[in-house]
Ligand binder design. Structure first.
Ligand SMILES: [Zn+2]
Length: 115
């Protein structure tokens, strides 16, 4: 009897990162198209509460969009490191990044000590 991992297939970092790239791009695009919805029909002034909630939603969308793009940059950089053959190496001290860290943060560019 061989003890097999609970999940049959183990995705390579490249597969995980490529999937992330796909998802982040799709989400950023969805947000972008949502942000361009014309704001006609929204009347401010009567109820302050409504206007405030709309403003907060907009702000959150912009913040999320920024985070998505930031994340996308990290993912793309990790994919570039895979192509270069330096993936899994800390970009600061050049030591090997712990596998546990890469499992949780596949786009990690630095080891825990340099993070
Ligand atoms: Zn380091």
């Amino acid at each position: 009897m061989t003890d097999s991992p609970s999940s049959g297939e183990v995705a390579s970092p490249e597969e995980v990162l490529a999937a992330l790239h796909h998802e982040l791009t799709a989400r950023a695009e969805a947000l972008r198209s949502g942000a361009t919805v014309p704001s006609g029909g929204i009347s401010f002034g009567k109820r302050v509460g409504e206007g405030t909630s709309i403003a907060i939603e907009r702000f959150t969308d912009v913040a999320i969009h920024g985070q998505l793009l930031q994340q996308l940059t990290l993912v793309d950089e990790a994919l570039a490191r895979i192509a270069e053959g330096t993936y899994g190496q800390c970009t600061v001290c050049h030591r090997q990044i712990m596998a546990e860290r890469l499992e949780v943060v596949p786009w990690a560019a630095t080891c825990v000590a340099c993070a």
